[in-house]
Ligand binder design. Structure first.
Ligand code: ADP
Ligand code: MG
Length: 332
């Protein structure tokens, strides 16, 4: 099977919204008047971002999901994407499953594949997504990392730490009951991009970022870009560790042999969560609750933005955690 057969067979589909899709030197997108294009690109490398033997269906999903998550963080509506693929071989069942996982998620978000590149090489997947953000009275409604202000509330969507738990269990660092591991692996391998929440937070949130590298590091980006600090109630954050509670209520958290510090580490430094971390003025609490409701996404208020630089981690009584309690590599 040659390169062009492969593209025609697995990736070319009838165009939907794009002015021109796959097949020419460029694709053509026609953004609606009064909108900006939001563009983001993420590469997944075998051995680095996923195990080479992971299910191709799940890989197709995840490769697009991590990109849609960036659009979600900007409050952008997905339009289209390109796919650059390096493949060690043209394995037809693998390609069929990969394309299926990819297009299931693409169709769920009405996001169309408009082009790409295909080459032989070590397995590598690079997707670029294009989304749309309205501009109202000359002002973009894009959610940025730089908009947090002192006094704003700090929120996180969904659950944290699940993907890291699955990874550590798969690598034999932790022993986890089977139903919990199943739920956690689902979160690692098939993350849900919070697109609907991002859209609902336009005009409500003051800043946003998606959690790909871990809560601490990603919050750091908001603080740096907004030139502010934050206080976080760590125990509220730990309560965001969710899949265990659902999968094993009787065992939570005792079915898993973790210290308090390790639980905190999962929530604070887990990574691969693909939840949204965002800020909003305290006067917007009702609007945030409505956004959570209309997007059917759980949202937790976990802290506050401060004028004083730096990140303060507080326990349930509001006492500052000692730096050693808050050093986040207990798994290292
Ligand atoms: P060029 O050499 O002009 O860059 P190619 O021959 O690489 O074009 O690709 C032919 C067409 O197929 C282009 O429209 C390109 O965008 C598309 N294409 C190539 N690889 C993929 C892929 N993996 N998924 C979707 N479209 C692809
Ligand atoms: Mg090419």
């Amino acid at each position: 099977m040659g390169e062009f057969d492969l593209i025609a067979r697995f990736f070319k589909r009838p165009p939907r919204h794009a002015a021109l899709g796959i097949g020419d030197d460029c694709a053509l997108l026609q953004p609606a008047p009064g909108t900006q294009l939001a563009i983001s690109c993420d590469m997944l490398v075998a051995g680095r971002h996923f195990f080479a033997d992971v299910s191709p269906h799940k890989l197709g999903h995840k490769a697009l999901a991590v990109n849609l998550s960036d659009l979600a963080a900007c409050g952008a509506k997905p339009l289209a994407f390109t796919l650059a693929l390096a493949l060690p071989e043209a394995n037809e069942p693998w390609l069929a499953a990969f394309a299926q996982g990819l297009f299931e998620l693409a169709d769920a978000h009405d996001c169309e594949l408009i082009g790409g590149d295909t080459t032989a090489g070590p397995l590598n997947i690079c997707i670029t997504v294009f989304g749309e953000v309205p501009v109202v009275q000359g002002r973009s409604l894009a959610l940025l990392r730089s908009g947090a202000r002192a006094g704003d509330d700090l929120y996180v969507s969904g659950t944290l730490g699940d993907a890291r738990l699955a990874l550590d269990a798969q690598q034999g660092k932790l022993s986890v009951p089977a139903p919990v591991l199943r739920a956690a692996r689902e979160r690692l391998e098939r993350p849900t991009p919070r697109v609907a929440l991002g859209l609902a937070l336009r005009g409500v949130a003051s800043a946003a970022i998606d959690l790909s590298d871990g809560f601490m590091g990603d919050l750091g980006h908001i603080l740096e870009c907004s030139r502010v600090g934050a206080s976080v109630q760590v125990d509220r954050l730990v309560q965001c560790i969710g899949c265990y509670a659902e999968a094993a209520p009787a065992e939570h958290p005792l079915g898993i042999d973790l210290s308090v510090e390790q639980w905190r580490t999962l929530a604070l430094a887990g990574g691969d969560d693909y939840e949204l971390l965002f800020t909003a003025p305290a006067g917007q609490r009702a609007a945030v609750a409505r956004a959570a409701q209309t997007s059917r996404t759980p949202v937790h208020r976990i802290g506050r933005i401060d004028a004083i630089a730096g990140l303060r981690l507080l326990d349930a009584q509001g006492r500052a955690l000692e730096p050693h309690d808050a050093s986040f590599d207990h798994f290292a």
